[in-house]
Design a protein around this ligand. Structure first.
Ligand code: C2E
Ligand code: CA
Ligand code: CA
Ligand code: CA
Length: 276
C-alpha cells in the first residue's frame, strides 16, 4: 500500500519484499482485529427478476484496518484461510448475519452467508450452523450458504455428507462463482445444491457478447431442468438487466439494485420496500 517511490529502475523490485512483509503483518493482526471488533458485515440486496421485489441479502465481510483503512475481502479472507483465523472469523460472520436477519421486520427475506472451504474441511459446520440458528432463532429456510465451486475441488464423501446434513437442517446451498471452476457439472450431479450463482465474468459483457448470452441462457435452462434456481451476480446496467429478464434468470444481484451497505441502511431499505 506504500509506494516504493523514486521511479528509478532497480534490479529487483523491493515492493515485492514490502508486500510480503505487509502480508505477514496483516496475517498476524487478523486474530486481534476480530477481538478488537474491526470486522463488520455489509449486506447487498438480492432481487427477484420478475417482480423486482427484494428476495434477501448477501452478507459480505469488511475489515477496516486502523492504519491502512479498508482491506479488500479477497485479500484478508485468503490470509485468514492460510492462518486458520477464518474459523473464528467465519463463525463470527455466520452468527452476526443470522442474528441480524432474525431482527428484520420482513420475515420472508433470506440471508446468504459465504462459507470458506476451510470451514467445510476443518470444522463441524453442521454443529456450527445448528448453533447459529438456535441462538439467533432464525428459521433455517431463511439461511443460504454460498460455497465456491473451487471449494469442491477436493470434493469427497465427507464433503457431500456435510452438505447433505446441512440441507437436512433446512438451509439452502448455493454454488458460488459458477462457471469459473473445473468440473462444475459433476458437482451439480453429485452435490445437494439448491442454487447456481453465475459468476460475474459471464454477466459483465451482456448483452453484446453473444457467446456469454448463450452460456447464461444454458446455465439458467440447466438449473430449471435440475430444479435449481439461478442467480446472476454483478448486474450493473439496465441493458444487462433487460437481457437477464429476457433469459428468465430468476434472481439478480449487483450495483444496479444496490451496493453492499451497513446494517442501518439495510434496515432502512427493508422498511422502505415493505411499504411498497
Ligand atoms: P463473492 O462471494 O463472489 O461476492 C461478490 C463480490 O462482488 C463482492 O465483493 C461484492 O461487493 C461484489 N459486487 C457485487 N455487486 C457488484 C457489481 O455490480 N459489480 C462489481 N464489480 N462487483 C460487485 P467483495 O465484497 O469485495 O467480496 C469479495 C469476495 O470475498 C467474495 O466474493 C467472497 O468470495 C469473499 N468474501 C466476502 N465476505 C466473505 C465472508 O464472510 N466469508 C467468506 N468465506 N468469504 C467472503
Ligand atoms: Ca458469494
Ligand atoms: Ca460470487
Ligand atoms: Ca468470488
Amino acid at each position: 500500500m506504500k509506494s516504493a517511490g523514486g521511479g528509478s529502475y532497480r534490479v529487483y523490485d523491493p515492493s515485492m519484499d514490502e508486500h510480503k512483509e505487509e502480508r505477514a503483518t496483516l496475517m498476524g493482526e487478523l486474530r486481534g482485529a476480530l477481538e478488537r471488533g474491526e470486522f463488520t458485515l455489509s449486506y447487498q440486496p438480492i432481487v427477484l427478476s420478475k417482480t423486482g421485489k427484494l428476495h434477501g441479502f448477501e452478507a459480505l465481510m469488511r475489515w477496516r484496518h486502523p492504519v491502512h483503512g479498508p482491506v479488500p475481502p479477497n485479500e484478508f479472507i485468503a490470509l485468514a484461510e492460510e492462518t486458520g483465523t477464518i474459523i473464528a472469523l467465519g463463525e463470527w460472520g455466520l452468527f452476526t448475519a443470522c442474528c441480524f436477519a432474525a431482527s428484520w421486520p420482513d420475515r420472508s427475506l433470506s440471508v446468504a452467508v459465504n462459507i470458506s472451504t476451510v470451514q467445510i474441511r476443518h470444522t463441524d459446520l453442521v454443529d456450527l450452523v445448528s448453533r447459529a440458528l438456535a441462538v439467533s432463532k432464525l428459521e433455517a429456510s431463511r439461511l443460504e450458504l454460498e460455497i465456491t465451486e473451487t471449494a469442491f475441488l477436493a470434493a469427497n464423501k465427507e464433503t457431500s455428507a456435510t452438505l447433505q446434513q446441512l440441507r437436512e437442517l433446512g438451509v439452502r446451498l448455493a454454488l458460488d462463482d459458477f462457471g469459473t471452476g473445473y468440473s462444475s457439472l459433476s458437482y451439480l450431479r453429485e452435490l445437494p445444491i439448491d442454487k447456481i450463482k453465475i459468476d460475474r465474468s459471464f454477466i459483465i459483457d451482456l448483452p453484446h457478447k453473444t457467446s456469454d448470452v448463450s452460456i447464461v441462457k444454458t446455465i439458467v435452462e440447466l438449473g430449471r431442468t435440475l430444479k435449481m434456481t439461478t442467480i446472476a451476480e454483478g448486474v450493473e446496467t439496465r441493458a444487462q438487466l433487460d437481457c437477464l429478464r429476457q433469459i428468465g434468470c430468476p434472481e439478480l444481484q449487483g450495483y444496479l439494485f444496490g451496493p453492499p451497505a451497513d446494517e442501518h441502511s439495510t434496515l432502512a431499505l427493508i422498511k422502505q420496500s415493505d411499504q411498497r
